[in-house]
Design a protein around this ligand. Sequence first.
Ligand code: SAM
Length: 188
Amino acid sequence: MARGNAALSRWVVEQAAAHHPDAVTRVAELGPGPGVGLEALLARFPDAQVWGIDVSSVMLSQSRKRNRAAVAAGRLTLLEGGVPALSASTPADIVMANHVLYFWRDPAAEMAQIRGFLRPGGLLALGYQLKQNMPAMAQRRFPPAGHRLYDTDDEVTRLAISAGFGSVTHLVKGSVEAPEGRVMLAVA
Ligand SMILES: C[S@@+](CC[C@H](N)C(=O)[O-])C[C@H]1O[C@@H](n2cnc3c(N)ncnc32)[C@H](O)[C@@H]1O
């Protein structure tokens, strides 16, 4: 997972930084998995306190291993849990979640909760891939497993708008014909 998704994680951090002109002191990543995104956040926002929140203790241990020095220095806090655990980071300047959207049963409700943990003007950076651009195996296996895939960026925008976000922007990594991933940036 770390190899396949690493480039997208790093790219999303750069897009979030470019879209957040103010000082960034509190940043959280939901579902950091192996911790590549956390590593990039720590490097890109050297003055920020960073939180990594994941439902999987196995994934958290990978994040810890990759970012041991930041945990020891007290800059990175790792917590087991879902969206409610973001309360530890509130009022967050940025919440990032890459390839997590598919696992939310009620994505509009999850996004509304995230908005509540962001400061006014804070940024949600949601990295994902559309269904048709996913590997064939994921397209086949995700829906029967109860995971939701998306056909268009508009579907994701509508969720963010219904959750109360504004100024929604979509960016594509790579070519439009063969995207390596995409990000939705939305302002609380
Ligand atoms: C496909 S992996 C992506 C990992 C990483 N963001 C990346 O792009 O490499 C999804 C991660 O999100 C976590 N996850 C799934 N649902 C979650 C939720 N509701 N809250 C927090 N983490 C979640 C999983 O445990 C896993 O670590």
